[in-house]
Design a protein around this ligand. Structure first.
Ligand code: GDP
Ligand code: ZN
Length: 289
């Protein structure tokens, strides 16, 4: 039987197959490589007793995320707050870029709608205009939670974003009874409270999974060739092939369609700035080979 590894704990592997969770051990030949099994992995199990089984095989992984350690992630839910902490747009654009490179589906969740700060109120519309799914929520009032559930249905998703924006609160809101600990906004950033916990996949009522451990808030850019960077900025995508030079990197070359769109206000200055910053990082990475 084929199933999804949901959780590992104390030498046991919990595998969901045909709507039931099976408590499994690894077949002998796998025991030395148990670190190779991650939540999200598709496995073949053989029942050996009521609710008990043995993992016979590991199916090919499509993707692998390190933080949190989850296999076969299909969607990144990128969470920011419309108030406290104020959204860091460079981090947002970086997460969107990374998510694109990893070929994840993406949605931006703008949380804390109940304490929205005026200066941020246009951001959801701005990012929707660029081409991203962009949803306003409040974990406190329940606004947008049904739409968030609809985004999650049928896929394996992970939450990402800085600490204090409400990721744990949103997970609790979509899955009452989960009781993830939520905390106050901390200035420490980075190291989450859940880093030492084992990742567990939560089964959603209408199908799909979500990792209960938010992550990937800070990541280095992947190795990528410089010509590919603009392809991960949706607003630059339709301009591909329209610059005078086919090798144009949109850094001030003559006859650049991206620069023209920037001057015409069709590309936002902060997006263009972040494009240049990521491009620089990618080029620096190329040199270190
Ligand atoms: P995480 O670090 O991203 O997991 O954020 P938490 O879920 O721990 O939330 C950080 C703080 O923001 C907690 O004090 C939450 O109660 C609060 N919070 C989360 N969502 C909302 C919201 O929609 N509105 C308001 N006003 N506060 C929220
Ligand atoms: Zn160009």
């Amino acid at each position: 039987m084929e199933g999804t590894l949901v959780r590992r704990y104390g030498g046991f592997y919990y595998v969901e197959s045909n709507g039931q969770v099976w408590t499994c051990r690894l077949r002998g030949r796998f025991r030395l490589q148990d670190a190779a099994f991650l939540p999200g992995d598709r496995v073949i199990i053989k029942p050996v007793g009521p609710g008990e089984g043995v993992i016979e095989d590991l199916l090919l992984r499509r993707t692998c995320l390190e933080r949190p350690a989850v296999a076969n992630v299909e969607q990144a839910i990128i969470v920011f707050a419309l108030g406290e902490p104020p959204p860091d747009l460079e981090l947002l654009d970086r997460l969107l870029f990374l998510s694109g490179v990893k070929d994840f589906e993406t949605a931006i969740i703008w949380n804390k709608a109940d304490i929205i700060k005026k200066e941020f109120q246009d951001l959801p519309g701005i990012y929707r205009q660029i081409g991203y799914r962009s949803l306003v929520t409040s974990a406190r009032t329940g606004q947008g939670i049904d739409e968030l559930k609809a985004f999650l249905t049928g896929k394996l998703s992970t939450f990402a974003g800085p600490s204090g924006v409400g990721k744990s609160s949103l997970l609790n809101a979509i899955q009452p009874g989960l009781n993830l600990r939520t905390g106050e906004v901390s200035s420490k950033g980075g190291r989450g409270r859940h880093t030492t916990r084992q990742v567990e996949l939560i089964r959603l009522p209408k199908g799909g999974w979500v990792a209960d451990t938010p992550g990937f808030s800070r990541l280095d850019l992947p190795s990528l060739t410089r010509e590919k960077v603009a392809g991960y900025f949706p607003e630059m995508l339709p301009l591909q092939g329209q610059c005078r030079f086919t090798s144009c990197l949109h850094r001030g070359e003559p006859g650049c369609a991206v620069k023209a769109a920037l001057d015409a206000g069709r590309i936002l200055p902060h997006r263009y700035e972040h494009y240049l910053a990521f491009l620089d990082e990618i080029i620096t990475g190329e040199r270190s080979f």
